[in-house]
Design a protein around this ligand. Structure first.
Ligand SMILES: Cc1ncc(COP(=O)(O)O)c(C=O)c1O
Length: 386
């Protein structure tokens, strides 16, 4: 009997319904960029327009930004739809797909939804969550059609360099597979001081397909301005597939996206100023915690610390009755996340959503004063365990 078809992702449901809190460190992007700061006037906007297989000014703007020809660009509803279309265009039911571990859950869920057999290759905490090409080599088979990874890595924020990605491309080529790189966090390079222009893995070889959006680094999630970079024949296939789903995009969002792309340097500078302050707070916090082990990437909005909880200690018993979970099945880490939520009104992403329950993902893209208070709460909660 075949396995039931995966139709949902627990992580996204949790993020939409249960991540909200007074101190929300569960978000992974830079705080929302306000419309009033975009400098748009009403006469620049319209409700409907000539958007069929892309809106030409947006196609041109994305192509220019990515340094590719417009026929390699497929505009999508966020990176989410980009990932779906990219995978659906290259996977047949029964194909093998090799995905990093830990991973952003929807990447795994989409591959399963499409009927692929999903294999995993490890990115180890002990090795700073780096991609180890030897691990990929060990896990590919002649049936592997797609290798999937994120750069920067979600959840750790770690950057993969071109030399490593080239090796991944060579491994893929040898078995006739492609490499899908979700680069939604690569845009974070542009939010450093001084900024670095992100250079997509798309330029590294024929086997690379890339997805991204303006969502995370620029606080522009609401525009849903996503894209895929793929060779023109594959891009055509994705556009046609998109006819079944997105078909015609929201034109007002396209117009706003063109304007945002024209002003992206300014928007990135706002993110950079915020993240410089917030990273200093994060560094101070992590320096002060011997009970957390954390790989610290130099840029971006997310880190994935490991709790050094003593697994033999009765953690739940150390919480006040009001905050302890009654179920004995709950792990020590789960109890800690409950304490954070119930006593401190603070949320982080529990590592179980990334299949590493002793970790949690912490986002630093929010308001600086709130982050400062939130990190103090996190310290108090950790202190209460010692
Ligand atoms: C790796 C990764 N890809 C895609 C997305 C979704 O991006 P978008 O908002 O552009 O759809 C996220 C959001 O958390 C993500 O972490």
């Amino acid at each position: 009997m075949s396995a039931p078809r995966v139709m949902s992702t627990d992580y996204i449901e949790w993020a939409k319904l249960r991540a909200h809190a007074r101190y929300n460190l569960a978000t992974s992007g830079v705080m929302n960029f306000p419309l009033k700061d975009l400098g748009v006037s009403l006469d620049q906007l319209e409700i409907s327009g000539p958007s069929f297989y892309g809106y030409e000014p947006l196609q041109q703007a994305l192509a220019k930004k990515c340094g590719v020809s417009p026929d390699c660009v497929v505009a999508t509803i966020g990176t989410s739809m980009a990932n779906y279309l990219a995978m659906a265009a290259v996977i047949e039911p029964g194909d093998e797909v090799l995905i990093e571990h830990p991973a952003y859950d929807p990447l795994v869920a989409v591959a399963q939804y499409l009927g692929a057999g999903v294999q995993r290759f490890p990115r180890r905490f002990e090795n700073d969550f780096r991609i180890e090409p030897a691990e990929i080599q060990r896990h590919v088979t002649p049936c592997t059609r797609l290798i999937v990874l994120t750069n920067l890595h979600n959840p750790s924020g770690v950057l993969a360099d071109d030399a490593t990605l080239r090796q991944v491309g060579e491994i893929a080529r040898r078995v006739g597979a492609r490499v899908l790189v979700d680069e939604v966090y690569l845009e974070m390079l542009a939010t450093q001081s001084p900024p670095v222009t992100p250079r997509s893995a798309f330029h590294l070889g024929e086997e690379f397909i890339v997805t991204s959006s303006l969502t995370k680094a620029y606080g522009l999630s609401g525009l849903r301005c996503g894209w895929i970079l793929a060779r023109p024949d594959l891009a055509q296939k994705m556009w046609r597939l998109n006819d079944l789903f997105g078909n015609i995009p929201a034109h007002t969002a396209e117009l706003l996206s063109v304007i945002a792309l024209q002003r992206l340097d300014k928007i990135a500078a706002r993110s950079a100023a915020l993240l410089e302050k917030n990273r200093a707070l994060l560094d101070r916090f992590l320096d002060s915690r011997s009970d957390l082990a954390c790989v610290r990437p130099p840029c971006g909005t997310i880190v994935f610390p490991r709790l050094r909880l003593d697994p033999t200690a009765p953690v739940a018993a150390r919480f006040s009755a009001a905050h302890a979970l009654s179920s004995p099945a709950c792990s020590h880490a789960d109890n800690f996340f409950s304490l954070l939520r119930e006593k401190y009104e603070l949320s982080v992403v529990p590592g179980k959503f990334f299949e590493m329950p002793e970790h949690f993902r912490l986002g630093i893209g929010g308001d600086t004063a709130t982050l400062s208070d939130a990190l103090s709460c996190l310290s108090s909660a950790l202190d209460s365990l010692s």
